[in-house]
Design a protein around this ligand. Structure first.
Ligand SMILES: Cc1cc2nc3c(=O)[nH]c(=O)nc-3n(C[C@H](O)[C@H](O)[C@H](O)COP(=O)(O)O)c2cc1C
Length: 219
């Protein structure tokens, strides 16, 4: 199934939708959005993201109550609770990643499998590039969320990423284990007015530096 618009159009058209029509998203499109969203990269291919797909009105109302009553949560036909599982450093999980790699064409070799077996526990123990495992799960899950939003837009499906929720309430209401972080809520559907206005983006010169942080970047 081909997207209705190209990548550049999808990126430029995506806006955080603040209101949704009641129209359902066809299952084949939901499936394709999820399938492609899961193609996001992750450190050691650990894929710590987990998604609770909320479609029932009852559960959306429950989620809305945990999300400062934001209307998008109840209106959108599909709402994802986007989680990151901190337990991906456990040895049985690492073995499942290795197994998956071996099943692929030109599968993973034994040397790389051993490298993963020793490196992942060391990464989680030493944390050279993150302060908490929660920062790590968020890093990866949000990358996948970015993929999901752009892919959704390419199929004409609008979305709204949300951090306006109370973690403790979401975890309790949706039986999310202690070791799993709730990274964001992603409402998906067809935007309804009022449409969100484009807030603009800072220029390349403002956010990109040349060679050293703070130094002028020249194209
Ligand atoms: C991590 C994250 C959390 C956000 N949380 C909310 C939210 O709780 N409610 C909301 O209406 N919009 C939320 N937004 C949407 C932003 O307000 C929006 O992306 C930003 O204003 C830029 O607008 P645009 O996405 O339409 O270009 C969030 C966006 C991100 C990336």
């Amino acid at each position: 199934m081909e997207p209705s618009i190209n990548l550049r159009q999808a990126i430029e058209r995506r806006r955080a939708a603040r209101a949704f029509k009641s129209d359902v998203i066809p299952s084949v499109i939901i499936q394709e959005i999820l399938r492609l969203g899961l193609q996001a990269p992750s450190g050691y291919n650990l894929q710590p993201w987990r998604f609770i797909v909320v479609r029932s009105q009852e559960n959306k109302q429950k989620l809305k109550a945990c999300a400062f009553d934001q209307r998008q949560v109840e209106e959108a036909p599909v709402v994802l609770i986007c989680c990151g599982d901190r337990r991906v450093n456990q040895s049985d999980y690492i073995e499942s990643v290795i197994e998956l790699g071996k099943e692929q064409e030109a599968g993973m070799n034994d040397a790389y499998a051993d490298f993963i077996r020793s490196s992942v526990p060391a990464l989680f123990e030493n944390r050279p590039c993150f302060d908490s495992i929660e920062a790590w799960t968020n890093r990866h899950t949000m990358l996948s969320v970015a993929y999901l939003m752009i892919v959704a837009q390419s199929y004409g499906v609008d979305s709204c990423p949300m951090e306006g929720f109370v973690t403790r309430q979401v975890k309790e209401a949706f039986k999310i284990p202690e070791e799993v972080d709730v990274c964001c809520i992603l409402a998906m559907g067809y935007a309804e007015e009022p449409f969100k206005r484009y807030g603009g983006r800072f220029s390349l010169q403002t956010v990109c530096y040349g060679e050293t942080y703070g130094d002028f970047f020249e194209i």
